[in-house]
Write a protein that binds this ligand. Sequence first.
Ligand code: ATP
Ligand code: MG
Ligand code: MG
Ligand code: MG
Length: 480
Amino acid sequence: MKSQDIRSTFLNFFKEKSHLVLPSAPMVTKDDPTLMFVNSGMAPFKEYFLGNGTPKKSRITDSQKCLRVSGKHNDLEEVGYDTYHHTLFEMLGNWSFGDYFKKEAIAWAWELLTVVYKIDKDILYVTVFEGSNDEDNLSLDTEAYDLWKQFISEDRILKGNKKDNFWEMGEQGPCGPCSEIHVDIRSAEEKAKVDGKTLINEDHPQVVEIWNLVFMQYNRKADGSLENLPNKHIDTGMGFERLCMVLQGVQSNYDTDVFTPIIREIEAVTNTKYGSNEKQDIATRVISDHVRAVAFSIADGQLPSNTGAGYVIRRILRRALRYGFTFLDKKEPFLFRLVDVLSKKMGSAFPELKAQKQLIENVIKEEETSFLRTLDQGLILLDGIISASKSKEISGEKVFELYDTFGFPIDLTALILSEKGYTLDEKGFQEELQKQKNRSRAASEMSTEDWTILKDDAIEEFVGYDTLTSNVNLTRYRKV
Ligand code: ATP
Ligand code: MG
Ligand code: MG
Ligand code: MG
């Protein structure tokens, strides 16, 4: 089944169950000061759940563009290193606003996966909320448990804790237990190696969560206590690219037709072959992922810039270039050349990509040119630092200056130094970085909830040093 058909099958399934099919909301939020990018399917419907508005229909279905690069949901570090977390991904969802509840949500999820998509039920596991002994004093979600029991054997219904199986919008507001559906596509030999252990939520690339069904049945009050919601809601989110991986019988999201056309193009423009070298494979995955995030963001009207959301996009773009420069030896602009194939692939589901193609290409090319110039200047400065150094270990302070003032990437510095037989004072660098973080933390706030008010002037610092540059991770770099 092609990805396009997988998406439309989902939407049609729920349309037949009286859901209104909506297009994805823009990924870049303009009118929500608490959230920079939509990071889950429910974000555009937040106001309905808070009771501040009424949806067009009490049942809705859509495929929402999500970006998880900051705050509570920051998957950036995993992207490219694993095969199932992306920066930008599509979340397929069905919604009930005070209409149906657990019974329908569970039965329909099961029907869609096993009857319509024909997924072998022996690769599926589900989780239910086990309850909590804390001040909430909640018991096992027996309602969900008993519903699942009708479809799946009890040894495949696992009980999960508050962290994985209780969803809260924020410190206050709607919340409730959830049930997640996981797939296990390991071979029999792989399973035998660990005595058949399930490995759910243990970061195994073939044991992944595909769908989360949230049952909003409580309201968390200002004093922290819970009350039952008069109208209960359903909020579900399924990772589209992960679903494609399962239905196309492959082991990685990057081997689905969502990514393969982009990867073929990267191979062509960099003259490399995906699958032949681990470092290059990671770089190829990073680039194929990041170009989507950047292109969709520009299509939504968010251009790379020096502040706020634009700064996040600029750093994602530069991260892709850095991987290209370092691991695929790409020293001239190339990212913009991937936009054509992306817009051909996704343009019918997301017409904004087709409509803005020219702009996206121009903006990316311009960004690439200017960043590559910075890199060139950085290389000259680094040469100067090396020749002035009396020791084979380059001072952390100097390297930090290069990074902080000139935006020269630290992993690139480490690579160049090692090629020339030098090392860098990693401890000194980390100390400088820590000082910098302390300075910026004073002005910002770490986000731990889905929504946190970020002070306007703190956004840039927050994003720059706490999230997008946290890939200044030399240990990881060395592992590659
Ligand atoms: P995971 O535990 O794998 O990080 P999650 O529990 O954070 O996923 P949810 O917030 O429950 O994810 O989102 C609903 C669904 O969206 C998940 O079941 C998964 O299929 C998909 N998903 C979540 N994060 C990503 C991502 N970074 N890239 C691709 N798909 C994702
Ligand atoms: Mg996650
Ligand atoms: Mg999870
Ligand atoms: Mg989840």
